[in-house]
Ligand binder design. Structure first.
Ligand SMILES: Cc1ncc(COP(=O)(O)O)c(C=O)c1O
Length: 449
């Protein structure tokens, strides 16, 4: 990569973003009362000097306050996998909130059992409970795993992301030992007191860690998605299941992103048998919702424990979790939008997207790789594809990524601000994908001269 050329192109695209988006820039400059000038500090993770401000979004399209329309492959980093504000979810939310009322009445609604049954049909776990975020689903699943096993530690894969869960902010350090993830804010204690870590696709390390006998649960994505997509090698997931069973450790599949693999995520697509499963983001169609599922046997063991306070201050649950609005949105999303048929169409589009990216990379002879997980495609600046999180992290190139994101955004295409992920929703079209293929190829032509 010619860095001088890259720097020049990056500066040109940054200037163009500023020229095209005066209203967004002014709004950002004015935002004196927000921590980091944004509603949430991660919104500063954007290519260029300021984020584009949202005006409206519908289906696979986003419009910013400067009047530019974008083909949205970011889709809220999965939260809008159903497309933005699908009409059927908008109706269900409107009916629940405006007509019936009672979004936070602290009473169950009949929608909840429908959603529980549907999640069982899709993912296989027999009992479900709700949260508002995937982070909380993970926190509560971890607590339940500790309670039921009596063990203190959680094992995760290096460079995983499971939300702001303290136990998960650990990586394999350069010396091979577990160490805090760089930049971890305000950790309550040394993370190695609560956690163990292995590399994805490394069963030997996993076994060594589990052999200590102190791991309550392995919390993992069946494919890593938050450091680029890293797919499991043949036999790895079977090995994880076999080892966790052998060492009395529970297995929690976090399907929040890997849901892209199909209507029942990787768990259904690859016949996995986790003890617990967590999910969030997409299932609410844009309304905050999350859930965790557990086997009937595990649920019975937990409910039979008189020493565990599962109904009040025991540390599992939140006042708004399972509220009528979130549950109504989840029902509408699963029943009518993220259906089995919709996933089939999204996967086909994603295949087309992958083919377009691959063609561009090959045409320009770049040493990059592409990976796909159902409706989700991602490229990394390394070839062959990384086998684990550490390899994938080493392939990061912030400037190159910023250039590609800005180049695409200035031409009406959004990728997720975190790496080069593109997600399809039921409203994405072949023409949208082909537009990306063209613009991506043009970006590569400029990069390689
Ligand atoms: C796999 C996974 N789990 C959990 C989360 C946390 O989701 P939320 O921030 O909605 O709590 C994320 C967020 O990206 C995720 O990718």
């Amino acid at each position: 990569m010619d860095r001088t050329r890259l720097h020049h192109l990056l500066a040109r695209e940054s200037a163009e973003a500023e020229r095209r988006n005066p209203r967004s820039k002014a709004a950002y400059d004015r935002a004196e009362h927000l921590f980091g000038r944004v509603p949430m500090t991660w919104m500063n993770k954007t290519a260029g000097a300021f984020p584009r401000y949202l005006d409206s979004a519908r289906g696979a399209r986003v419009t910013d306050v400067d009047g530019h329309e974008y083909i949205d492959f970011c889709l809220g980093d999965t939260g809008a996998m159903a497309g933005h504000s699908p009409a059927v979810v908008a109706d269900a939310v409107g009916r629940r909130y405006a007509e019936l009322g009672g979004a936070t009445a602290m009473l169950p609604t009949e929608d909840a059992e429908w959603v529980g049954a549907e999640l069982t049909r899709r993912f296989g776990l027999a009992r479900w409970s709700f949260s508002l975020t995937a982070t909380d689903a993970n926190r509560w699943a971890i607590r339940l795993a500790r309670a039921v096993t009596g063990r203190p530690k959680i094992l995760v894969n290096s460079y995983c992301y499971h939300g702001s869960v303290d136990e998960s902010l650990i990586v394999v350090g350069p010396d091979g030992r577990g160490t805090a993830r760089e930049g971890n804010v305000g950790a309550p204690c040394d993370v190695t007191l609560t956690s163990r870590v292995a590399e994805f696709n490394d069963l030997d390390r996993l076994e060594r860690e589990l052999a200590h006998g102190d791991v309550a649960a392995v919390l993992m994505e069946p494919a890593l998605t938050n450091i680029g997509i890293v797919l499991p090698e043949a036999g790895y997931l079977d090995g994880v299941r076999e080892l966790t069973r052998r060492y009395g450790t529970l297995l929690i599949n976090d399907e929040t992103h890997t849901f892209s693999a199909g209507p029942g995520g990787c768990t259904a697509a690859w016949d996995l048998e986790p003890d617990l499963l967590t999910i969030g983001k997409a299932i609410g169609g844009g309304i905050p919702a999350g859930a965790y599922g557990l086997s009937a046997e595990l649920a019975d063991r937990l409910l039979g424990r008189a020493d565990l306070d599962l109904v009040d201050m025991g540390g599992v649950g939140g006042t708004l979790a399972g509220n009528a609005l979130s549950v109504a949105a989840t029902r509408a999303t699963l029943e009518h939008v993220l259906t089995d048929d919709a996933f089939a169409g999204m996967a086909k589009l994603s295949e087309r997207f992958e083919a377009g990216v691959r063609a561009g990379i090959e045409a320009h002879g770049l040493p990059w790789s592409v990976a796909r997980l159902g409706a989700r495609t991602e490229y990394r600046f390394t070839d062959p594809a990384p086998r684990n999180g550490t390899e994938s992290a080493a392939a990061a190139d912030a400037e190159l990524e910023d250039f590609l994101h800005l180049y695409l955004a200035n031409r009406g295409i959004l990728l997720t601000p975190f790496h080069n992920m593109a997600l399809m929703c039921p409203d994405t079209t072949e023409a949208d994908v082909d537009t990306h293929t063209e613009v991506f190829a043009a970006a590569l032509s400029e990069l390689t001269g």
